[in-house]
Structure formats: C-alpha cells, structure tokens
Design a protein around this ligand. Sequence first.
Ligand code: F6P
Length: 328
Amino acid sequence: MNLSDFLNQSCATLNHSSQLSELILSIAEAGKQIAALVAKGKLAGVSQQLNSINVQGEAQMQLDISSHDIFIDCLSSTKVVFGAVSEELASPHYFSDHIPDAPYLVCFDPLDGSSNIALDGVVGSIFSILPAPPNAVRSDEIFLQQGIGQIAAGYVLYGPATMLVISAGAGTHAFTLDPDTKVFELTHPDLKIPAHYPEFAINASRQRFWEAPMQQYIADCLAGEEGVRQCNFNMRWMASMVADIHRILMRGGVFLYPKDHQVTDRAGRLRLLYEVSPMGMLIEQAGGKASTARASVLDLQPLQIHQRVPAILGSINEVDLIEQYHQS
Ligand code: F6P
C-alpha cells in the first residue's frame, strides 16, 4: 500500500480530516526533495558550513537552510498550517495566505544530525503536528502544548534507503521510498519495540557530566554478565537521533541523552518540541516508553519553543528501570 492510500484509509478510520492527509503528504514531498539533495552529497553544492549560527548556538550548514526552505515551501502549498517552529528560526514562521482558522501547527527539525553530512552519514528530518487553538493569534504560546496532544508525528530518514516513519495515534508505521517510482510504500506496518533488548545508545564522552543515577545505570550495563544486570550489553551511537531511534524502532534497546551538568542552563541537549516529543510519540505508539528519567516526555508542559530536555527513549523495561535508578 502506498502512503497516500494508507493516509486516506487511516484518516477515515481515525476520524481525522482529509486535510491531515494533505499535510503529511506535503511533508513526505519535502522529505523526497531533501533526500535528493542529501544523495547528491558535495555535488549539490550545499554541504559547506556557513558563518551563521542558529538559535541553538550551532554552526549552520547550507543544507540546513535549504532543507528548512523546502519544508516551508511544502507546508505552504497546503494552506492548512497556521504557523511552524523550525530549529533554524528563532521565532515561529506564519503562513499569512493560509485558510482562516488553519487547523494545524507544525514543529520541525529540517535536518537533524547534520554534523554527519560531511561524512556521508545518516541524517533525517523530524516533525510534530499539533492542533492550532481556535482563533489562534501569532505567539510562541500557541506552540507550547504537551506532546500527548500531538495529532501526528514522524521523521524521514536519509540512509541507504529513504524511509518515512509516522504515527497519527494508531501505531507507528514505516514506509520506504521506491527510488524508481518516487512513491513511499508501506514496508513496516505497526512496528513493535521489544520490551527488552540489551543495547544502549549514549554519547559516553559526556559521562563525567551525568547525574549519579545515570552513571550507575551505565556502569551496571558495562559490567555485563558479571555485574548486577547479569547480561552483556552492546552499545551503538550514530550521533544522529533519527538513525539511533530508527534502530530502536526496528530492534529495541534504549537511546539516552540525559541531564548533563556541563552547561547549567541546559536540562539536556535535545529539543522538546521538534525532537524529543515527536520521537516520544513514535516510540510509545510502538509499545516503548519515552521519559526524562523522572517524568513522561509526553506529559511535559513546554515553557519555550526551543526548550531542551533530557531524553530516555526505547524498550519499556529498560526505561522503567532507568526511572527506578533515578527514584532511589
Ligand atoms: O541536535 C541533535 C543531534 O545531532 C542528534 O541528532 C544527536 O542524537 C545528537 O545531537 C548528537 O550529539 P553529540 O554531538 O553529543 O554526539
């Protein structure tokens, strides 16, 4: 089944408006265009680092900006989006020509993990679709909604194959882009994350900045069969959230970007609205769990549009255990 048929069917079953299907198809179109740019590598002429710094204090690449522009153009073609928050913009973008009372807000990271671009490593785009409040006015506040209220979320992974993974509240489903027909085909319906898989993903170079319970959890995993876990763990770190979360959706394990004391004004590295919250929805819709180690990610009340939070996402038993380490 292709994406368009799948969306028509799901929107009817879930009582979503056909406008949602139109919106997700526009994001899929953005994904195809970005995939084409990423696939050209240096030949696209957009892989150079710019002198500009984004709102996160990170150096921007031309590809970040081009991907952002592609997203805005594709969202703009639908006329159903009131406004959008992008990782690349300090303030939201509003679509002035869209229908009055346009029903949706979109938060997106147009090119996540872009430090991998120079290495031809896997990168992705992440998005979250929220309801626009009735009579919405242009303000950051309209985007500050709990993740539990997301209408849909997903990512596009630009890897050996381009894949689109989405949830509109009834499971998490993965589509593969057929390079011949340029159509996303449903290849992995209803993903299920095993409750336990002995593999963790963390940037271990930051160990000295973690809180004591996180230090203890990782030490216990590393102790393997001889330690309290009595189990040998494997470790993977792609430095690209889309790639790491995709692996966990496919075979289980846990992804961690925990609270980090190095920069005291940051609770974590990853952004709530367009990284942790949409990934949290995908993980929970696949039977996993998304936590900050102390609270459910999807219950967090955002305070700022670019807010960072700790992120512990993956196999439910492992995330439960990590929460227990933080309670004791
Ligand atoms: O900004 C996000 C991101 O690139 C994620 O995609 C990735 O998981 C993380 O940062 C990588 O962090 P680090 O540079 O610490 O490995």
